[in-house]
Write a protein that binds this ligand. Structure first.
Ligand SMILES: [Zn+2]
Length: 271
């Protein structure tokens, strides 16, 4: 793959402005620590790649949140910043939860509004590669040896008529999909198709039974595992991928993502 390639489009967002905003917010929020994991080279520039986290502690639930693995899904990135804002408003959350946050997994895609990274690679299919791209390598290294109770990956869908989400929960009592969709449906459209992106869906929820034929077939090819399946297969018992419709306002999409987060945390902390 060529290392120098002209941008596919004009830059429409500034990653450095995003980082500035994120670092300011992190500095203002008690308990949030920002860590530079490395630089993603994307000729002629390179992007600093950041992780945010809150202090560990015994008995705390461990929650991983990430956004922007697909660069043309910016509400996921905004959702992480909104989550930091939420932590700032509810600092007592940190008594019971340890957060690991990846605010923007695809800096080039964020700037140029492309699903893929600079090398036109879909980062959400790279988690089990021997030599994954830097963006994925940084995440894998940062979470090595860690386990999570909950992983939420904030996505968007460019042509869905309404909100939908994927949820895999080993413990059915932890599942929050139905409740999230009920809540979202009060204000926003839900994608009610019975098949979404090739997966069986029910009322906006794609919640495959892991022993089902569909699941086995879809994820038989390890090389194709998306990040969510990688987390699940590596011991995270509850993974959620909310997909907001981009035809809604940014503020509305972020509100839906935050609803997912709040309901999932509420359920996680209820036992
Ligand atoms: Zn996506």
């Amino acid at each position: 793959m060529p290392s120098v390639r002209p941008p596919v489009k004009n830059k429409i967002r500034s990653y450095s402005e995003l980082v500035e905003r994120m670092l300011r917010l992190a500095a203002e929020t008690k308990g949030i620590e920002a860590r530079l994991l490395g630089k993603v080279r994307a000729q002629p520039v390179s992007y600093p790649f950041w992780m945010l986290s809150t202090p560990p502690g015994s008995g705390k639930k461990r929650v991983c949140l990430s956004g922007g693995i697909h660069g043309d899904e910016p509400a996921g990135v905004e959702a992480i910043l909104a989550a930091v804002g939420m932590i700032g408003k509810e600092p007592s959350l940190l008594d019971s939860v340890q957060f690991t946050l990846f605010p923007c997994l695809n800096p080039f895609g964020y700037e140029y509004h492309t699903r893929e990274n600079r090398s036109r690679i879909d980062l959400n299919r790279q988690y089990v590669r021997k030599r994954p791209p830097a963006e994925v390598r940084f995440v894998k290294r940062a979470i090595e040896g860690k386990s999570f109770d909950l992983d939420i990956e904030f996505h968007e869908d460019i042509d869905t008529p309404g909100f939908y989400m994927y949820e895999i929960s080993q413990d059915p009592r932890r599942a929050v999909g139905r409740k999230v969709i009920q809540r979202a449906a009060k204000k926003y459209p839900i994608n009610l198709q019975t098949e979404i992106e090739g997966a069986p869906a029910d009322g906006g929820l794609i919640s495959p039974d892991v022993s089902s034929q569909f699941f086995q077939r879809r994820f038989a090819r390890k090389r194709q595992w998306p990040q969510a399946i990688y987390f699940y297969k590596n011991g995270t018992p509850h993974v959620i991928t909310p997909e907001t419709p981009v035809h809604l306002e940014m503020r509305e999409r972020v509100e839906i993502h935050l609803t997912v987060l709040k309901l999932a945390l509420e359920r996680l902390l209820s036992d």
